[in-house]
Design a binder for this molecule. Structure first.
Ligand code: ADP
Ligand code: MG
Ligand code: ZN
Length: 485
């Protein structure tokens, strides 16, 4: 079995965050079913398409972010098939000449692996093309019917097609995460897998190691979580290896991953390529991308999320995990950067954001609502920095401020009013420590017998006794002094 390798290529459909649809002026806002339609997106005879320039700009930006060449001339084609959610009987897509081609994502760079541990290298992106989404079929079991919501009909998508360069389930999900993150950070997609604004189809085949031609592939359709993508690839790859080991062939097919059964299930067998009767869309002229748009979009790409993570990690003195968390959403990264720009110490700010504030952030697409605005968090952290309050008191103060957002007093004023200021007085701290040692003779004894780890327990007891207000370093020092006497 170890003599086979898995080969994976991925197709991603990403919704573009334009305000209107690709070929009409209907809104893309979430709305009650069938309230965002017009003759064009309903496919009525004689209705003509007019291309949305904002969608073109976003596709160009995505192409540049993924190191593609932009085709200054591309065109739309009709892809004909029959389905109830496709009113015109064809999808308007780009087949022969896509808007962007030949890009790549370097997985080692994305994952922050250096030369020594590099293992995956660049994944080539074959093409990115613009296309319209189909309407949404809603299968309503309660009335035993299928209904169609045309709000989604004609919404703008880009399809991003990779070369079959991926070799493992882990690499495939890393690639997808990187792609999702890149699209979110350039502001063209909200990265929502559950809502289907980021959808992936994964093509899997296996072949004997050393073989250069590709084996027959199975296409796994519309998997809506990265964990499931990895799982589906593992299952499918194992099935194909087993088939080949038994001397059987692999039949090209389309499958679905069923999470409940934890299995890949056949949708249809696919012989040769289906015939979509592609031909150039006669109702649209060639799509010309002006040089000025390319330059403008190049400037809009900005820093890639993986480069941002690298920079954060350095600012944090090496903490990979915090840096990773801070780039999980562009609004969170922006929040952190603003807090730093306002003068907060990076590591303290990062820890506070990752461990406290992050839980209270409400995301809505690429927007976010933060429990506390940046200047107030900076003012709060400054109190800890200046040793006015302990880190523990800072957490409590934070919760107070969050639960009463109408209270616009400064953190310092609240501390003053509530008597939360840190106890810094050596005599007071020593007295509290002595009391804790007296009350916990067993623990004090085992510390003296060399069980150093018990110190944390004693520090905790002092903090509890002082309502979290004692200066922690002083507590540490005082305890050591008293215990080693
Ligand atoms: P289709 O026209 O059916 O969409 P393509 O040749 O355009 O097929 O490929 C679609 C995706 O499938 C691409 O991402 C490509 O890398 C991948 N792919 C194609 N053949 C294989 C294969 N044998 N094994 C794994 N992935 C493949
Ligand atoms: Mg395809
Ligand atoms: Zn419309």
């Amino acid at each position: 079995m170890s003599d086979f390798e898995t080969v994976i290529g991925v197709e991603v459909h990403a919704r573009l965050l334009t305000r209107t649809k690709l070929f009409c002026r209907c809104s893309t806002e979430p709305s009650p079913p069938n309230t965002r339609t017009c003759p064009t997106c309903l496919g009525l005879p004689g209705a003509l398409p007019a291309l949305n320039g904002a969608a073109v700009a976003m596709a160009v930006r995505a192409g540049l972010a993924l190191e593609c060449s932009i085709n200054t001339t591309s065109r739309f084609d009709r892809k004909s098939y029959f389905y109830p959610d496709l009113p015109k009987g064809f999808q308007c897509t780009q087949h022969a000449l896509p808007i962007a081609e030949r890009g790549s994502i370097d997985l080692d760079r994305v994952m922050g692996r250096d030369h020594a541990s590099a293992k995956s290298g660049p994944v080539r992106i074959r093409r990115i093309h613009l296309e319209e989404d189909a309407a949404k079929s809603v299968h309503d079991a309660t009335v035993g019917r299928s209904l169609v919501d045309f709000n989604r009909s004609g919404a703008p998508l880009i399809e991003i097609v990779s070369e079959p360069d991926l070799r493992s389930a882990a690499d495939a999900s890393d690639y997808l995460r990187a792609l999702r993150s890149a699209l979110m950070f350039i502001g063209v997609n909200d990265g929502n897998l559950e809502d289907g604004s980021f959808r992936c189809d994964v093509n899997v085949s296996v072949r004997p190691v050393g073989e250069s031609s590709l084996g027959a592939r199975c296409e796994l359709k519309n998997i809506n979580s990265f964990r499931f993508v990895a799982r589906a690839i593992e299952l499918e790859s194992r099935k194909q290896r087993e088939a080949l080991s038994r001397g059987e062939g692999v039949q090209q097919c389309t499958k679905q991953y069923n999470a409940e059964r934890d299995d890949t299930v056949l949708l249809r067998e696919k012989g040769e390529a289906e015939d979509y009767r592609y031909f150039a869309e006669p109702d649209l002229p060639s799509l010309l991308v002006p040089e000025s748009m390319i330059e403008r979009e190049r400037a809009a790409v900005g820093e890639r999320p993986w480069d941002k993570r690298e920079r954060f990690q350095q600012a944090l003195g090496g903490s990979r995990e915090s840096a990773e968390t801070l780039i999980e959403h562009p609004a969170l990264a922006r929040y952190f950067e603003r807090v730093i720009a306002l003068g907060a110490a990076p590591l303290r700010a990062a820890n506070f954001i990752v461990n406290e504030l992050r839980r209270g952030v409400a995301y809505d697409g690429l927007e976010a609502n933060f429990p506390l605005d940046e200047p107030r968090l900076v003012a709060l952290l400054a109190l800890v920095e200046r040793a006015v309050i302990s880190p523990k008191a800072a957490k409590e103060l934070y919760r107070t401020m969050v639960s009463d957002r109408g209270d616009r007093r400064s953190p310092a004023e609240i501390v003053e009013a509530q008597g939360r200021a840190m106890i810094d007085d050596d005599a007071l701290i020593e007295a509290a420590c002595a009391e804790v040692i007296r009350d916990n003779p067993r623990q004090a004894d085992s510390f003296r017998r060399g069980k150093m780890g018990i110190l944390g327990f004693l520090v905790g007891a002092v903090m509890a006794a002082t309502d979290g207000r004692a200066a922690p370093e002083k507590v540490n020092a005082a305890l050591l002094r008293l215990l080693q006497r």
